[in-house]
Design a protein around this ligand. Structure first.
Ligand code: PMP
Length: 367
């Protein structure tokens, strides 16, 4: 058995030790005689898995007590719709920062459902190569909340600061963040946010699960016409079990949280590893004549590193040879082309070293 280095943007690499533990527990979970996939979500064994996962996550992110953690479904994309339903009950408009493809999808969904939205700042003018600065963000007078994307997974553009969400009259509004591709990559001040959400399939676990962290005073801001399964309040009151949750994904997420705590030593340690990995790869790109990354230095993503080859005719050869060398899923998103190396938590430093060696060797031979 060989596990290759996997740079997939999502569903992404999982820690090998997590998969080994899942394998060991697969057929007979802790003497229950069944697998986690086969047990009732309301039974004692699963409820204890679910509670452990939440407790570990709370500890990792130091989530304050006035925040609820929801384990729900429908992908991060469903949250693009659930958010305005949950937060526009008292009227007002959804405000957005537009920094790339995912931010735009969130904007389009809110516009599609509720008409008018306000784009408080956009990086469109610079081709999404630098995020708007705080002084360029202008909310509408009727802003109900400000939504932004911490890291544009396709563009490789990451916020280097947490924006302030304040209306022109000085009133603060909830800050809402799509952290699908950065959650758990380092420590986070959760108290700065109204809602944080993330699809699981990058830094949390397998696809099929979405995590929402919501400040409890926002549970009463919802529209009345909302589908029950969108409702943060309903999910919170039912312990994320309004209906059958994605039990196996939830269990695996719990194993990942446990690995982050015990195997890695927490998010400060994870943060340092992630910084090292990204710094090494960007340095290799910047030092070469063949590879290039267009993002302004302060906003280069630590999780997703897109790069192009000076001669795009070499792209398919690069990918072919990389794959032969055991370096998988380096093809850029179909909408932008080029390459992208995703360096999520479970991608080890050795993978980055192997990639850098391969890139240097490829450049020497073909560049
Ligand atoms: N937001 C971001 C930042 C993403 O990277 C993705 C998926 N790549 C999504 C939203 C959509 O996630 P899902 O496929 O879980 O709906």
């Amino acid at each position: 058995m060989t596990r290759h280095y996997n740079f997939c943007a999502g569903p992404a690499a999982l820690p090998t030790t997590v998969l080994e533990r899942a394998r060991d527990e697969l057929l007979d979970y802790h003497g229950s005689g069944v697998s986690v996939m086969e047990m009732s979500h309301r039974g004692e064994a699963f409820v204890s898995i679910a509670e452990r996962a939440e407790a570990d996550l709370r500890e990792l992110l130091a989530i304050p007590d006035n925040y609820r953690v929801l384990f729900t479904q429908g992908g991060a994309s469903l949250q693009f719709a659930a958010l305005p339903y949950n937060l526009l009950g008292a009227g007002g408009r959804a405000n957005f920062l537009h920094t790339g493809i995912w931010g735009k999808k969130a904007i389009s969904e809110a516009r599609h459902l509720f008409g008018d939205v306000h784009v408080a700042a956009s990086s469109e003018e610079n081709g999404h190569s630098a995020v708007p600065r705080q002084e360029d963000i202008v909310l509408s007078e009727d802003a109900a909340y400000l939504h932004y994307t911490a890291n544009e997974t396709i563009g490789g553009l990451e916020f280097d600061y947490i924006p302030e969400a304040i209306r022109p009259d000085g009133t603060p509004v909830p800050l809402v963040c799509d952290m699908s591709s950065t959650i758990l990559s380092g420590p986070l001040d959760v108290s700065r946010f109204g809602v944080i959400y993330a699809g699981a399939q990058k830094n949390i676990g397998p696809a099929g699960l979405v995590m929402v962290i919501v400040r409890d005073d926002l549970l009463d801001q919802a529209r009345d016409d909302m589908p029950t399964l969108f409702s943060y309040k309903a999910l919170s009151e039912a312990g994320s079990m309004v209906n059958t949750p994605a039990t196996y994904s939830w269990y695996l997420a719990g194993l990942v949280f446990n690995w982050l705590k015990g195997g890695i030593g927490g998010l400060t340690a994870m943060d340092a590893i992630n910084s090292r990995k990204a710094a090494r790869l960007y340095a290799a790109i910047d030092d070469s004549a063949l590879y290039a990354n267009p993002i302004t230095l302060r906003n280069r993503s630590r999780m997703n590193v897109p790069f192009v080859l000076a001669d795009p005719r070499l792209d398919s050869l690069f990918l072919e040879e990389a794959e032969a060398a055991g370096l998988l899923n380096l093809k850029g998103h179909r909408s932008v082309g080029g390459m992208r190396a995703s360096l999520y938590n479970a991608v080890p430093e050795a993978a980055v070293a192997a990639l850098i060696d391969f890139m240097a060797d490829f450049e020497k031979r073909r560049g």
